[in-house]
Design a protein around this ligand. Structure first.
Ligand SMILES: Cc1cc2nc3c(=O)[nH]c(=O)nc-3n(C[C@H](O)[C@H](O)[C@H](O)COP(=O)(O)O)c2cc1C
Length: 175
């Protein structure tokens, strides 16, 4: 698939088929994550892969933003011991790093025929407790993964002409 088709075709999927996702596919998706850019190349991330159905049910109870019954979850966490190496900017850089890793993973998932959804609405303390996540590690985003039961139609985007400013704020390029 051409890259623009992958970028435009990826959707946030919230209903999944009862079809197993191979461990190989999951590892490929995680590998795409570690190749994201990272401020000062600190890579302050930890990725927790969950493919146990009982655990996923428990996580659903803590996660109002998690829809459907995905076959796997990736919990993207910031390791604060690592992120603080970047000084005062460490925290915000780490969130940017995690976001880039998340997008890599979701595009990889889509290119493998899998649906995904980024999820920020979950109980962080509850999740830390459930998964024995260390004090210095903070879960910031979850990605659900599974074969979609349907591909949603694309939600509208603000037009390019409105979003892009050319050579200064407020001057929009014609197309
Ligand atoms: C940072 C972030 C947090 C999100 N949190 C949730 C969430 O908790 N639950 C959910 O169903 N979707 C969540 N989404 C998905 C957005 O609703 C979705 O990306 C948006 O509606 C655009 O749709 P698309 O991803 O299909 O293009 C989140 C997306 C981002 C980027």
């Amino acid at each position: 698939m051409d890259l623009m088709n992958i970028i435009k075709g990826r959707r946030s999927v919230r209903s999944f088929l009862d079809k197993e996702v191979s461990r190989e596919h999951l590892i490929t998706i995680l590998e795409a994550g570690i190749w994201a850019p990272s401020g000062s190349n600190i890579q302050p991330w930890e990725f927790i892969l969950i493919d146990d159905a009982t655990l996923i049910k428990k996580i659903k109870l803590l996660s109002p933003g998690l829809y459907g019954f995905p076959k796997a979850l990736v919990i993207l966490c910031v390791n604060k011991k690592k992120s603080e190496k970047a000084g005062r900017q460490g925290e915000s850089l780490a969130v940017m790093d995690i976001s880039m890793a998340a997008q890599n993973m979701m595009l990889m998932a889509y290119s493998l025929g899998l649906g995904s959804c980024p999820i920020a609405s979950f109980n962080k303390l509850g999740l830390k407790h459930l998964l024995n996540i260390s004090e210095e590690v903070d879960p910031v985003l979850m990605i659900s993964l599974g074969y979609p039961s349907e591909w949603p139609s694309p939600p509208a985007r603000r037009p390019l002409e409105e979003v892009v400013h050319l050579n200064g704020y407020g001057k929009h390029p014609g197309r």
